[in-house]
Design a protein around this ligand. Structure first.
Ligand code: SD4
Length: 320
């Protein structure tokens, strides 16, 4: 069966898949398809974890991370801690198109975006404000920190080091409920085997302001290479970015591993050190074969569309 082009993305967010599919079917590039597909999720605030109005930080602000990678040219654009601009992957694309840089962050990323014509606006909504207030009223829990105590005179931080630092426990895994990691990660392979990958997310609930996750980090959030394929990750970014799992998966595919084997191998290094973390990796090779692995959840549901499907397929895999 004809397997190309292919669109695959994390989580049951079929409108993003359908948007990318419509782009690639009408002859847009793989890069364009990833940007448009992920932008659709930003507009729809997919699962509350992509785009504006979700996952407020400790100060109640929603900030965004996104990246785009072109596996034909190895060009990348990404933004971290982007503030007050809704279309994060659009800004990442502008970094790739209009600068020689790879990653721009924070207030400066907002200034860059405004220069590129993006509109500055508030990313808060009633929901994100209420989520933040509820968290604050609940003594800022859950928000596990390593070896710190709150200042008792202040409600939620600043925090200071605890006097007796204990090395037991894995307290750097923050707020790991399944609802806290729903980044869209997407891989598109066009009919000639050109690969693009991208991500977009508002990160992690109640993160420390300035925290940037794995999603905009090349090789962590996603990676693409026409020599092997593409991969994208979702999950506990603070752990995953220490291992560059998307890069790892693509290198395994370059060496001949199947996508599913490649995604599984990327987990093996992480779980050796962090048996308590959770995440999922989608992978596709340049023939349009794909595979998904996950760890620390029961299962992961992803979306895929290829010429074999008349519509977006939602597929659930059991985790390792
Ligand atoms: C992060 N990886 O910022 C992101 C969160 C996420 O799906 O959802 N991933 O850590």
């Amino acid at each position: 069966a004809k397997q190309l082009p292919l669109v695959i993305n994390t989580w049951p967010v079929p409108s993003a898949t359908a948007e990318a599919w419509s782009q690639i079917s009408r002859g847009s590039s793989a890069v364009e398809a990833v940007v448009k597909g992920c932008s659709k999720c930003e507009e729809l605030q997919c699962r509350g974890s992509v785009g504006y109005g979700g996952k407020p930080d400790e100060h109640g602000e929603t900030t965004l991370d996104a990246m785009i990678m072109n596996g034909a040219t190895m060009e990348v654009g990404s933004v971290g801690d982007l503030r007050r601009i809704k279309n994060a992957i659009g800004v990442a694309h502008a970094v790739m198109m209009y600068s020689k840089h790879t990653l721009i962050v924070g207030e400066s990323a907002k200034e860059f975006a405004k220069g590129m014509g993006f509109v500055e606006e508030d990313l808060s909504t009633n929901k994100s404000f209420n989520d933040w207030r509820a968290w604050e009223r609940n003594n800022c829990q859950p928000n596990f920190r390593k070896n710190v105590v709150p200042d008792p005179t202040l409600h939620c931080g600043p925090y200071r080091p605890a006097e007796n630092v204990s090395s037991s426990g894995n307290h750097d895994i923050m707020d790991t409920g399944p609802d806290n990691h729903d980044t869209i990660g997407m891989v598109v392979v066009d009919s000639k085997g050109n690969v693009a990958s991208g991500t977009s997310t508002n990160g992690l609930n109640h993160k420390i302001p300035g925290r940037v996750g794995d999603s905009p980090i090349v090789g962590a959030g996603s990676y693409a290479s026409n020599a092997g394929g593409g991969a994208a990750a979702t999950g506990n970014g603070d752990i995953m970015m220490r291992f560059l799992p998307s890069f790892h998966a693509v290198m395994e595919m370059e060496k001949g591993a199947s996508p599913r084997e490649a995604a599984t191998l990327a987990f093996s290094r992480m779980t050796k050190f962090y048996p308590d973390f959770s995440g999922a990796i989608i992978a596709a090779n340049t023939k349009g074969e794909y595979g998904v692995a996950c760890y620390g959840y029961e299962s992961h549901t992803f979306c895929v569309q290829s010429p074999a499907d008349s519509k977006v397929e939602m597929v659930t895999v059991l985790c390792l």
